[in-house]
Design a protein around this ligand. Structure first.
Ligand SMILES: *[C@@H]1O[C@H](CO)[C@@H](O)[C@H](O)[C@H]1NC(C)=O
Ligand SMILES: *[C@@H]1O[C@H](CO)[C@@H](O)[C@H](O)[C@H]1NC(C)=O
Ligand SMILES: *[C@@H]1O[C@H](CO)[C@@H](O)[C@H](O)[C@H]1NC(C)=O
Ligand SMILES: *[C@@H]1O[C@H](CO)[C@@H](O)[C@H](O)[C@H]1NC(C)=O
Ligand SMILES: *[C@@H]1O[C@H](CO)[C@@H](O)[C@H](O)[C@H]1NC(C)=O
Ligand SMILES: *[C@@H]1O[C@H](CO)[C@@H](O)[C@H](O)[C@H]1NC(C)=O
Ligand SMILES: *[C@@H]1O[C@H](CO)[C@@H](O)[C@H](O)[C@H]1NC(C)=O
Ligand SMILES: *[C@@H]1O[C@H](CO)[C@@H](O)[C@H](O)[C@H]1NC(C)=O
Ligand SMILES: [Zn+2]
Length: 477
């Protein structure tokens, strides 16, 4: 009798929570856009009216903590998996996997080797497994076969394909007979020019303006296709950029014999694989070599980077201070702008803006983790995500309370709901929403307490098993 009552309580609580979070089916569309290397504060360098238009009518997060290392491939894979690099396996743009005995480098076709990508399952695959369709225009990894799949529609990577052509494809897929619900769009700037000019160069102004024009073009095309008000547009990036200088170069040749190690990845995080028997010699020679280079044995890499438990992370990594460059000698390639540094540095942080029926309007949040995007995407697409390192709760307040929801406080017959216009009165709605969530949470807590008491009283011998099961995920979190 008691347990039946408890189950009813639990179901009610679960329903309350689930219902307050749901989004109407015709609003379950997402277009995720990455402007590579768009540092968070580029928004304020020159007028960026289109970015500001999105912010005013949508949401803006000022500081997004991306993942270490702050490079392109690791961060783009985090955006679509919600995992840290050590968990998704794309730990750098240049990698060596000692188990596979294979290398990965952007300079050749290695990136098409599926095995490097299959430690995780990107969102387009999960979306398709849920019965939906996805379309990708040059997003890193979307033209690679992963777990035997590609996105439903995709363009093979070709940097010469213009932004306008990429947008045309995205619009075509969203408006086709069997429309996609998830679109992924990638553009190489302002990263490319940021590397060549350095972010502090005044010539970056026109580059940022051009990116703003590109966004304007996208908005215009979405409006023309009548998609602007129905899809959820998220604009972000993989990392920022910092100014480098030939005055701030650390030359490994000054400290290490090239025959004693293999340099897997170079700057600003040198990934060092010592030759057989040379580990101590290499480590000692480098450990205190330069005040602007911090050298870690793999097992000593700081916890906060979540950059340890993967065989593709090399036995020694040497991390340069902001704006410092690691080279073997000065003949190696040098760029005036670079990224890859500590993800706690503001210079490494990307932008984050969003607009659409699911999002609040003119709302600014101070900070988020880039791992939180994945659960947000899963929520918007109404799909069940894979295990990840983010939390929807952390970004829940970006979501509009005005989007029609099947909340118990705004009950209307289901056949009417589709036509209900978003409400103007945000205050009232968000109060009801808050109340719904709070009530749901209280019911769940009361249920858990009662349930635990019930369990303790009725099944004392079963308790140890029960405890070990629930405590494991908590310890891992
Ligand atoms: C979300 O998806 C589930 C199926 O996985 C479906 O039962 C439910 O109705 C969907 N919710 C909305 C609001 O579309
Ligand atoms: C690893 O691959 C290289 C060729 O890329 C080969 O020469 C070497 O023998 C392989 N090592 C092992 C342990 O298989
Ligand atoms: C890349 O795109 C350009 C411009 O559309 C085209 O001319 C070129 O043939 C494409 N290259 C490949 C390899 O498809
Ligand atoms: C480089 O090292 C010097 C000496 O320790 C230090 O004063 C300086 O702040 C470092 N530079 C950076 C960018 O951290
Ligand atoms: C850098 O090292 C390469 C290979 O050892 C050598 O050929 C080159 O002369 C060196 N350059 C400088 C500037 O020392
Ligand atoms: C947006 O919000 C800011 C303060 O958060 C306010 O000053 C501004 O008037 C608002 N703009 C619009 C268009 O609502
Ligand atoms: C980011 O994640 C860390 C570790 O999980 C957490 O302590 C922090 O509060 C998160 N930041 C935000 C803004 O949610
Ligand atoms: C990140 O998520 C993965 C997959 O759930 C998990 O195995 C890993 O322990 C998590 N990492 C942290 C630091 O929580
Ligand atoms: Zn990048």
């Amino acid at each position: 009798m008691t347990s039946k009552f408890l189950w009813v309580c639990f179901l009610l609580a679960a329903l309350t929570l689930a219902k307050t979070y749901s989004l109407q089916p015709d609003q379950q569309k997402v277009l995720l856009v990455s402007f590579d290397g768009f540092r968070w504060d580029y928004l304020y360098r020159v007028p960026t009216p289109h970015f500001h238009y999105v912010m005013k009518h949508g949401v803006h997060v000022k500081q997004v903590t991306n993942i270490f290392i702050t490079k392109t491939y690791p961060n783009h894979y985090t955006l679509v998996t919600g995992l840290f690099a050590e968990n998704h396996g794309i730990v750098a743009n240049d990698m060596f996997d000692p188990i596979l005995n294979k290398s990965f480098s952007l300079d050749n076709m290695d990136i098409y080797d599926s095995e490097f990508w299959e430690e995780a399952t990107p969102i387009w695959i999960t979306n398709q497994r849920a019965g939906h369709t996805s379309g990708a225009a040059m997003w890193p990894g979307t033209d690679v076969k992963i777990h035997e799949s590609f996105p439903t529609h995709y363009l093979p990577y070709n940097e010469s394909v213009s932004f306008e052509e990429r947008v045309a494809k995205i619009i075509e897929w969203f408006t086709s007979k069997e429309p996609i619900n998830l679109g992924l769009l990638y553009w190489e700037e302002p990263d490319d020019m940021g590397h060549h000019l350095g972010p502090d160069s005044p010539l970056m102004g026109p580059v940022i303006s051009d990116t703003d024009h590109k966004l304007g073009y996208l908005i215009q095309m979405l409006k023309k296709a009548k998609l602007w008000n129905v899809l959820n547009l998220i604009i972000t990036s993989d990392h920022g950029m910092t100014q480098c200088s030939e005055e701030r170069v650390i030359e490994l040749d000054q400290y290490l014999d090239r025959d004693h190690y293999t340099l897997i990845d170079q700057s600003p995080v040198a990934a060092i694989l010592p030759k057989e028997g040379k580990f101590d010699e290499v480590y000692e020679a480098l450990a205190h070599a330069h005040p602007n280079l911090t050298v870690y044995k793999k097992e000593e890499i700081p916890e906060r980077w979540h950059y340890r438990y993967n065989s593709r992370i090399q036995p020694i990594i040497a991390v340069a201070d902001n704006g410092w460059y690691v080279l073997r000698n000065k003949s190696d390639d040098f760029l005036l702008g670079n990224h890859g540094y500590d993800n706690a540095l503001a210079e490494m942080h990307p932008i984050f803006l969003a607009h659409g029926p699911a999002f609040r309007k003119n709302f600014t949040r101070e900070a988020m983790n880039s791992t939180d995007l994945y659960p947000l995407l899963c929520h918007l697409l109404n799909i069940t995500g894979m295990p990840h390192n983010g939390s929807l709760r952390n970004v829940q307040d970006l979501l509009s309370s005005t989007a029609p929801r099947a909340s118990p406080y705004t009950q209307s017959p289901p056949f009417l709901r589709g036509g209900v216009k978003p409400r103007e009165n945000e205050q009232e709605e968000s109060y009801a929403y808050f109340l719904g969530v709070s009530l749901g949470a209280i019911i769940v807590i009361v249920f858990l307490i009662t349930f635990t008491k019930h369990l303790i009283r009725s099944q004392i011998p079963a308790l140890p098993d029960f405890q070990s099961e629930i405590s494991q995920p908590l310890l891992q979190a």
